[in-house]
Write a protein that binds this ligand. Structure first.
Ligand code: B12
Length: 497
């Protein structure tokens, strides 16, 4: 740590998501920035409103900050992000937003006068320079790379692009900045699972993903010793028994897989893990290798059963390997989760039927079927804007109100809206009812996970939020049950058995 008096106080805020009780995950991005600033001698408070009951007033009273950061991942937390920003802006403090969605929509974010700047891309290096500028009383930040700033004419201008940071220079994540136990989740074969990251980015460029824009198709692994130290610390100090690798792509090849599996095994600790991979990288022996190193679940982004749609998504997976890969993975004792998108722009009924067919053939233990969502920054977003199919997002609130993530507000496909809802609900319902799931010979179920994590988020929220989120979760459950069961004719149309 740099030897200097701790003067500047940086408050980093993870806002609440409106409406829904959801899986609560530690804000790794904020934790990384906080740990970096601390290592440079700044005083940091990470205020995670998704798990903390403390009011913004009491947090400020205990920690009179000099600079405030607010994270924005999706439209779900826009209202809360705006409310906390207004509070600190009224105190005369600089407020800077960051995170994946803020990075993609700096102009829309800065329509709000309570936001002084947007930190675009990775935050660590930018925030070190920002904190130093604030400490020096310098409010001209135009020489700091990685920012969007409001000029005197009100026009939003981006400063120079911030280069990616060398992950090897980052300090260990200081988990003592958060209440670790609050982030434990139930997963397959574990009850105290945390999200950690082993790599950033992805070399592929699927049209629906923000990654190409945000990570510019790069892929960077974290130094292995830092990851291993972090796992050991969390197992030994907090009893963590599971890790979900939050990487967009967990390992690009067998060599990287062997290296991480050997290292995880060498820890000789009692925990299981899972991650997200692509079809076509690993085969039967690889899954066995992974199982022996503690892997108990894998999430495969398959996306569609239609070759044409996969081509349009630029997905680049080996179609002929999908079924075999899932079967090999399952045979190795690893729970398989396959994720699909329904309602891709221009998708036809017969293409959706191919997806349904594939899902039925695959026999994975879990299916994750999402409505197509246009992520700002993705290639498909840019294409749809340039073709005039959608207007560019200029107002964060409109999307926050419409909630396109949960409700099918926009349908750009040729599939009738009701069909999309029925298909999605049916596979959610099926995953919910599945009770044949075994991990290491012990029964496991998605329902158990949902209930346990739901109860946990109830404990961390206040009464008003508890009532609102229970109501919304109940409503979602009833809607899913309704669409899954009340439309036999739609199911027949897609050959759902
Ligand atoms: C864990 C995770 C979650 C967690 C919550 C994470 C959290 N509280 O931070 C849960 C499961 C709750 C979640 C939910 C959702 N998620 Co999510 N999630 C992830 C995941 C897998 C890992 C994020 C992570 O920890 N990365 C590791 C850290 C170190 O990197 P990082 O987050 O990018 O952080 C760096 C920079 O982004 C930046 N930064 C990040 N935050 C901030 C904040 C400030 C103030 C600043 C200055 C900088 C900054 O600096 C950080 C350090 O370098 C990512 C995919 C990925 N691998 O990144 C998706 C991802 C972030 N999620 C995504 C989405 C879409 C969602 C949902 C909308 C999904 C849904 N359908 O419901 C919801 C919305 C939740 C919300 N709060 O609004 C998208 C966001 C894309 C976008 N908006 O453009 C991603 C990128 C996945 C994807 N490829 O589509 N998610």
């Amino acid at each position: 740590m740099e030897n200097r008096e701790k003067k500047q106080r940086v408050l980093l805020i993870n806002p609440k998501t409106e409406k829904y009780a959801r899986a609560i995950t530690a804000p790794l991005g904020l934790l990384s920035i906080a740990s970096y600033l601390e290592s440079k001698g700044f005083s940091v408070r990470l205020y995670d409103r998704t798990v903390e009951k403390a009011s913004v007033e009491s947090v400020f009273a205990d920690f009179p900050a000099d600079l405030v950061g607010v994270s924005l991942i999706s439209f779900l937390s826009v209202y809360d992000a705006e409310a906390v920003s207004a509070f600190f802006h009224a105190k005369g403090l600089p407020v800077v937003w960051g995170g994946p969605l803020a990075s993609e929509l700096p102009e829309a974010v800065m329509k709000n006068d309570c936001v002084d700047a947007v930190s675009i891309g990775e935050g660590e290096a930018t925030w070190l320079e920002l904190a130093r500028a604030v400490e020096a009383g310098n409010r001209d930040w135009s020489a700091i790379a990685g920012l969007a700033l409001r000029g005197p004419d009100g026009i939003i201008k981006k400063t120079e692009e911030r280069p990616f940071i060398d992950l090897a220079i980052l300090p260990d994540i200081n988990w003592r900045l958060v209440e670790v136990e609050k982030y434990f989740q139930t997963s397959y074969g574990c009850n105290k699972m945390l999200y950690l990251y082993a790599a950033k980015g992805c070399p592929f460029s699927c049209t629906f993903c923000y990654n190409k824009d945000f990570h510019r198709c790069t892929y960077r692994q974290r130094p292995m010793d830092a990851l291993l130290r972090e796992i050991r610390f969390l197992v030994e100090n907090y009893g963590m028994d599971g890790v979900y690798f939050a990487d967009e792509l967990w390992c690009r090849n067998v060599r990287e897989m062997h290296a991480i599996c050997d290292s995880l095994k060498s820890l000789n600790l009692d925990f299981v893990w899972g991650g997200q991979t692509r079809i076509g990288i690993f085969g039967k022996e690889d899954f066995e290798y992974m199982y022996n190193a503690g892997c108990r679940w894998i999430f495969f982004g398959v996306e569609s059963g239609s070759k044409e749609i996969l081509k349009r998504m630029n997905k680049k997976i080996a179609y002929d390997k999908i079924e075999q890969t899932i079967a090999d993975c399952k045979a190795a004792g690893i729970v398989t989760i396959a994720s699909f998108i329904i309602g891709y722009p221009g998708e036809t009924v017969s293409q959706a039927r191919q997806t349904v067919d594939l899902i039925c053939r695959l026999d994975t233990q879990m299916i994750n079927l999402n409505f197509f969502l246009v992520l700002p920054g993705s290639d498909i977003y840019k294409q749809m804007v340039s073709e005039g199919t959608i207007a560019p997002v200029t107002d964060l609130r409109t999307l926050a109100d419409e909630d396109p993530i949960r409700q099918l507000e926009y349908n750009y496909s040729d599939i009738p809206e009701i069909d999309i809802k029925v298909i999605r609900s049916w596979f959610m319902w099926r995953s919910f009812l599945a009770n044949d799931l075994k991990v290491d010979g012990k029964r496991s179920s998605f329902t158990k996970k949902v209930v346990r994590d739901g109860l946990k988020s109830v404990k961390t929220g206040n009464l008003k939020e508890f009532v609102a989120s229970t109501w919304n979760a109940g409503l979602e459950f009833v809607q899913t049950a309704w669409y899954a069961n009340a439309y036999p004719r739609v199911k027949k149309k897609y050959g759902i058995r």
